[in-house]
Design a protein around this ligand. Structure first.
Ligand code: AFP
Length: 286
């Protein structure tokens, strides 16, 4: 696993350089879910592929930008699912964006098969958060010589102050709207950039809050992809002492996608906000 983490640091440095220097225009392609691909999406995907495809530990890689699974080494122990550049729609206006990685047991592409997860934040600083199942996530930041040094462990308080509500409001259900309004009425502050990596990173480092991307009238199954986005962040939130559930109150880590590009409604937060969400949605534990 350490070899994979070392590779992620190299990927972070390379994609960071590409974001700063490469053309921000569109390529001529769409990705597997029909989104227009930026040239930078393609470059980032190629960089990740280049770094991960020479690891004997890796059986296959699955990219948000690729339709199919890409085999690497048949006897590898892990399958790595990744979103090489999350936040394509905000990179042109110079907001922070990220990369997300889920490291799954080969043969078990599901929440229960997720062994470790990581994300990189390309912001004013380059940062990395790594979580191995059963251990508290670690937070790293790059320094003057590009080397990553450990900052601290990441842990959530019982309750936070931030509210990051995703999706188009006019398509929210009345239940969801009433719930989001009730958090603001309690004093929660709006923090939403349109990039799940910086939005969730902010909640994690500030000790709590809620990020939601519900099923909506226009996207009943939500927007965020299970293998590349929702499950990796679920592992990171649970490892930090928080919760991550879907709209029926199921732990995201109990879910299994039918297809590699499946999406799910998802909610990430500290205990207080997730418990409040469950009661607003009429979800009973057990
Ligand atoms: P893009 O990569 O197309 O910018 O999408 C980013 C994202 O998948 C995720 O990072 C955001 O949280 C979410 O979409 C924002 O979606 P809305 O704009 O619908 O709230």
């Amino acid at each position: 696993m350490l070899t994979i983490f070392e590779k992620l640091k190299n990927i972070a440095l390379d994609i960071d350089k590409a974001i700063k220097n490469e053309d921000l225009g569109y390529s001529e392609h769409q990705n597997a879910t029909g989104d227009e691909q930026l040239k930078l999406d393609v470059v980032s995907d190629t960089l990740v592929e280049h770094h991960l495809s020479d690891l004997s530990l890796v059986q296959a890689i699955i990219s948000e930008e690729k339709e199919e699974i890409m085999p690497v080494n048949e006897s590898g122990k892990y399958v790595i699912c990744y979103d090489p550049l999350d936040g394509s729609s905000i990179v042109d206006v110079n907001l922070s964006v990220g990369s997300i990685f889920g490291i799954y047991e080969a043969g078990n592409l599901s929440g229960s098969g997720l062994r470790a997860a990581a994300y990189i934040v390309y912001g004013p600083r380059l940062e990395l958060v790594l979580a191995v199942r059963g251990r508290v996530p670690r937070h790293y930041r790059s320094g003057a010589r590009g080397l990553f040094s450990a900052r601290s462990s990441v842990s959530l308080n019982e309750k936070g102050k931030l509210n990051a509500p995703g999706g188009t409001q006019k398509y929210w259900s009345p239940t969801h709207k009433a719930f989001i309004d009730s958090l603001f009425a309690e004093g929660y502050r709006l923090r939403y950039s349109g990039g799940m990596v910086p939005d969730l990173h902010q909640i994690l480092l500030k000790g709590g809050g809620l990020f939601s991307y519900p099923g909506t009238q226009d996207k009943p199954k939500g927007k965020l992809r299970m293998l590349f986005e929702a499950l990796p962040f679920a592992l990171i939130f649970e490892s930090a002492g928080g919760q991550a559930i879907d709209q029926e109150g199921r732990r995201l880590l109990d879910l299994t996608p039918e297809h590699i590009h499946d999406t799910t409604p998802c909610f990430f937060g500290s205990d207080y906000e997730i418990d409040k969400l469950k009661s607003a949605y009429g979800i009973h534990d057990g």
